[in-house]
Design a protein around this ligand. Structure first.
Ligand code: M6R
Length: 618
């Protein structure tokens, strides 16, 4: 939620701060697009601000119409609205006296603080919690005349979650930031420094980054970065090099980031598999820093995640239970935390998150650790909060995912979950080395097969365009096809705004079959006929049941599965693969279908309404 960027440079006041901040906002817009705004500290010792409801383009138009003066420092914000609607007035930055401030998160005690400020004569213009903080900072600064110290005084009074950035008109060489349960990273430049909600904010400028811990205040000037805790005790961030460059986060000729990220999937899976075996072919998960005895002793795994990441957890359940014979539960992170789950030191909790910042998942991780469970994170974002706070981390290497709808991260998460399952099987002796090697070989063959699915996508695109006016689509699957059905439905809902539901195919006759009326499109994910035969034939029966009631069946089946042809209005064949690995292939036509259909409807595929890429509020 909300993208935040800050810049300060060692130069005369000029256009650069605005350019850097706008470029950062362009790259962060996927985090929220209800409004955008900037504040600059100008050479004349003043503040200049501009903000506009709607997408960043509206702010850019405003800046074209009313250009801002040159500056040495600046902050920028792209908003996903929480307190107060998406209006110009509620857009960030909020100004109080000489202070301009931006915020990501929710200040839970803002009402009390607002009362206090109003009683003291403050004039508040917006409905936001953020403006309250701007006034508190302005008052604190008036007392202590030190921006870092003023920020520390303020954050100690706030409850809730926040990343804050502020500038002051008297400090053309300073940006101050603070974080509590919301993300903030520092970019290290030469004669310039940067702050961002994530590294995309400054990737066009530098690949050197500094990770901040929770509850820290950071003051950047062109040549210094000073980090303290909220009490003013000195602290140090961990410096690291970002392993992708600005080009990786560009569309690269595709119509949308989503389309590009779908095309990136063979690479994402391949990179996630890379370097995971030693010279003897044994799996080594170097970044899995958790005691082997803990993994050997684990008697239950609970996967916690949200949205698409949770569906990857469902696939993980089938694979890990089958390979390792450990019970695996999968739970939405926001439900897990509030149901008093039974956790012991023998429970291994696996938290899956692309961003590593999803608040629901983070809170569940904290809860699990408080209860004594060990937490292993599967995450795509280095240095993000969830892996930082977990006992171990297995990074996916999907590269930056910009589109709100997750695609390549999903495939990378599933791949990482397979690796974890195989690693556990190796460690616990559930499988012989040659069995593991065989599955690994199958896995290594998957990127090429995914590419084949992409290369064959012409027909699914055609059907999607043809179905652009459809109002409802159902998705059915069994076994690992069930989470694929759920994911196919989620994709369509979130980017095409079409009613879509995924069902376990066997559940149909217990109610949902009543939805079927003549012409109802239903995608069916058919398992391999080479796998457990009963599974295949049961799904084929399910197709017949819905077809008998008039459904239009769009079937995803394996090459050579001639039996389904007779029952399908349309078949999309994917290459053969072992049943457990099949989701890496069968989900791809569904992603393409959603992307193409939403594009045909003229929708903004990358930035669907009401959503944001990282959900950093509960
Ligand atoms: O960053 P995370 O993987 O933790 O995000 C979890 C969900 O918010 C995310 O997968 C969401 O469901 C996507 N928009 C789905 O496409």
């Amino acid at each position: 939620m909300c993208g935040i960027v800050g810049y300060v440079g060692d130069h005369q006041p000029d256009a650069r701060p605005l350019e850097v901040v706008l470029e950062g906002l362009r790259r962060l817009e996927y985090r929220g697009y209800d409004s955008a705004g900037v504040a600059l500290v100008t050479g004349a010792g003043g503040l200049a601000t501009a903000k506009k409801a709607g997408k960043l383009a509206n702010l850019v138009a405003e800046l074209d119409a009313r250009p801002l003066p040159g500056a040495t420092a600046g902050i920028g914000h792209t908003r996903w609205a929480t307190h107060g609607g998406p209006t110009d007035v509620n857009a960030h930055p909020h100004v109080a006296g000489g202070v301009a401030l931006i915020h990501n998160g929710i200040v839970e005690n803002f009402a009390v603080l607002k009362e206090e400020l109003l009683a003291d004569g403050a004039e508040l213009l917006s409905e936001t919690d953020t403006e309250v903080v701007a006034h508190l900072l302005q008052r604190a600064y008036a007392e202590v005349k030190d921006l870092g110290e003023a920020m520390r005084l303020v954050v100690r009074r706030l409850h809730g979650t926040f990343t804050l950035l502020a500038v002051h008109e008297d400090h053309p060489d300073t940006v101050v930031g603070a974080r509590h349960d919301s993300p903030l990273v520092v970019g290290l430049g030469d004669g310039a420094n940067y702050l961002g909600s994530d590294v995309a904010a400054f990737i066009a400028e530098t690949r050197r980054a500094l990770e901040l811990a929770q509850d820290q205040v950071v003051v950047i000037t062109p040549r210094s970065v000073t980090v303290t805790d909220f009490d003013g005790n000195p602290a140090e961030g961990r410096e690291y090099t970002i392993d992708w460059d600005a080009a990786a986060a560009e569309k690269g000729g595709f119509r949308s980031f989503m389309e590009k990220e779908i095309a990136d999937q063979p690479q994402a899976v391949q990179d996630t598999l890379l370097g995971r075996t030693d010279t003897h072919g044994r799996l080594v998960l170097d970044d899995l820093k958790i005691d082997e005895s803990v993994l050997r002793a684990a008697d239950k795994i609970i996967v916690i995640a949200c949205g698409t990441a949770a569906y990857s957890g469902h696939v993980a359940k089938y694979a890990i239970e089958h390979w390792c014979r450990i019970p695996v539960e999968v739970e939405l992170a926001h439900e897990f935390r509030y149901r008093d789950p039974i956790l012991t030191e023998r429970t291994l909790v696996v938290a899956i998150s692309q961003s590593g910042e999803t608040m629901d998942t983070l809170m569940a991780v904290r809860h699990a650790r408080e209860q004594g469970a060990k937490v292993l994170a599967i995450c795509n974002t280095h240095g993000s909060t969830i892996p930082r706070e977990s006992d171990a981390v297995l990074y996916t290497h999907a590269g930056p995912e910009v589109a709100v709808a997750s695609t390549k991260a999903f495939l990378a998460q599933i791949t990482a979950a397979y690796l974890l399952g195989l690693y556990l099987a190796q460690l616990r002796g559930n499988k012989f080395a040659d069995e593991i090697a065989e599955i690994l070989d199958d896995l290594r063959a998957m990127p090429e097969k995914i590419q084949e699915v992409l290369d064959r996508s012409g027909r699914v695109r055609e059907i999607a365009r043809w179905m652009a006016d459809t109002s409802s689509v159902l998705f059915l699957g069994r076994h690992v096809g069930f989470p694929v059905a759920l994911e196919g439905a989620l994709k369509l809902k979130e980017i095409a705004y079409i009613h879509a539901e995924g069902f376990a195919a066997g559940e149909l006759k217990h109610g949902p079959i009543a939805l079927i009326e003549p012409g109802q499109p239903v995608f069916v994910i058919v398992p391999s006929p080479r796998g457990r035969d009963s599974l295949h034939s049961k799904v084929v029966s399910n197709i017949q049941e819905i077809r008998a009631r008039g459904a239009r069946t769009l079937v995803i089946a394996e090459d050579g599965d001639e039996a389904v042809k007779a029952y399908a209005d349309e078949v999309f064949f994917v290459p053969q693969s072992p049943t457990l690995l099949a989701p890496l292939l069968s989900v791809v036509p569904l992603q393409i279908f959603a992307c193409e259909l939403a594009t045909a409807r003229g929708l903004d595929v990358d930035q669907p309404r009401n959503l944001a890429k990282s959900v950093t509020v509960e």
